[in-house]
Design a protein around this ligand. Structure first.
Ligand code: C2E
Ligand code: MG
Ligand code: MG
Length: 358
């Protein structure tokens, strides 16, 4: 056993099957925390322990490499907030690739922003009653020199979130949205609201909304043309904070949507307590096995009820990720307000959006 730096320790253990090894480490973590159970312990202090395991397959391998690989495995560990005291991950060769991609993405962000290779695409939200475009969501695309998509948001947003730089990206998109709205206003087009996504990394930043407001005022955009999308998973259990955030967004005059509704577990509480203007029903609601009539009916019963409930609460509904017309018809019949999905359009460059949907 060695302590290398700060609160990092290295253990060399006999090679055992992973499950046994995991149990052994977990037991150690429990022992470390045992003082909390001591009757004389007045202030409990729980230590969350993350482990990374690198199984030694080649005894000739250098200790430096083994150590780096164990570290890489440790960085994969996601401890749930609150009471999870221990978790550990095992090194796999593909982690090396992930780390390199991670580093590339992180290192290239500034240059890509500078070179204008990070773009705002727009995807229309279509009003189911009138067929008109009700608004658009701004979604980011990272393009290569030839204009082809280099990284999808699923690839680069998590990396930027880990580094905290996603805040910069979100701010950039917000400004792009304002700039585009300014153009529409100047050209005398009927402007539709643009919504932007708000990453969890913002929660640690003071006065982000103040910054957003300054940009909105600088471009002279009516704030109700801007909407911020929050996801329930970004806040976790802290509904009070979420409510506060939504109120702060409204205080600046922006609208607020609850994104990916139904993908987490606290959805109903959210509806009860959080005064959002819009809920976006997650795509997972609509991924149903068409062959299974019973499950299909249940899924639609839930969708209908959620839409009815939102209506009762005065919250607008957007169904996300809709790909087929039959679902559009059904949603219209249920009273869903709008649809954002490939059935109408993929996210497209703003020029294309203007041409086809404004
Ligand atoms: P989201 O905010 O829920 O955005 C909707 C996602 O669903 C988009 O994926 C969109 O392209 C996709 N989608 C829309 N209609 C359909 C459909 O009919 N079928 C399928 N299969 N997919 C559909 P995208 O653009 O890849 O973005 C994924 C996620 O990345 C977004 O989910 C959002 O959470 C995040 N994201 C994208 N841009 C930004 C950004 O600028 N900032 C932050 N913080 N997050 C972003
Ligand atoms: Mg969104
Ligand atoms: Mg969504």
């Amino acid at each position: 056993l060695a302590r290398t730096t700060a609160d990092h320790f290295k253990l060399l253990l006999r090679n055992e099957p992973p499950r046994q090894l995991y149990a052994r480490l977990e037991e150690m973590a429990n022992k470390v925390n045992r003082f909390n159970w001591d009757p004389g312990c007045k202030d409990s202090y729980w230590l969350q322990i993350r482990g990374g395991v690198c199984v030694v397959r080649d005894p000739g391998q250098s200790i430096t490499i083994l150590r780096d690989q164990a570290n890489l495995a440790r960085k994969k560990v996601q401890l749930s907030a609150g009471n999870q005291l221990f978790a550990c991950e095992f090194y796999a060769p593909k982690d090396q690739h992930t780390m390199l991609l991670d580093r590339d993405i992180f290192n290239q962000l500034d240059a890509a922003l500078e070179a204008g290779r990070i773009r705002m695409y727009l995807q229309p939200k279509v009003d189911l009653a009138t067929g008109e475009t009700l608004g658009a969501e701004a979604l980011t695309r990272w393009l290569d020199e030839d204009g082809a998509v280099l990284y999808t948001p699923a690839q680069f947003i998590p990396v930027l979130e880990r580094h905290g730089t996603v805040v910069k990206l979100d701010g950039y998109l917000f400004e792009q949205a304002c700039r585009r709205l300014r153009r529409w206003l100047d050209e005398g087009r009927r402007p539709v609201p643009i919504s932007v996504n708000f990453s969890r990394a913002h929660l640690r930043q003071p006065d982000v909304l103040g910054g957003y407001q300054r940009v909105q005022q600088q471009y002279g955009i009516p704030p109700e043309l801007l909407e911020i999308e929050l996801t329930e998973t970004m806040i976790g259990e802290d509904i009070a904070y979420f409510t506060h955030l939504v109120q702060a967004i409204h205080a600046k005059g922006f609208r607020c949507a609850l994104d990916d509704f139904g993908s987490g577990y606290s959805s109903m509480t959210m509806l009860k307590d959080v005064p959002v203007d819009t809920v976006k029903l997650d795509r997972s609601f609509f991924l149903m096995d068409q062959e299974d009539a019973v499950l299909c009916r249940r899924a639609w019963d839930i969708i209908e009820s959620v839409i009815a409930l939102a209506k009762k609460l005065g919250i607008a509904t957007v169904a996300e990720g809709i790909e087929d017309q039959a679902q559009v018809r059904r949603l219209r019949a249920c009273g869903c307000d709008s649809v954002q999905g490939y059935v109408f359009s993929k996210p497209v460059p703003p020029e294309e959006f203007e041409q086809n949907y404004l």
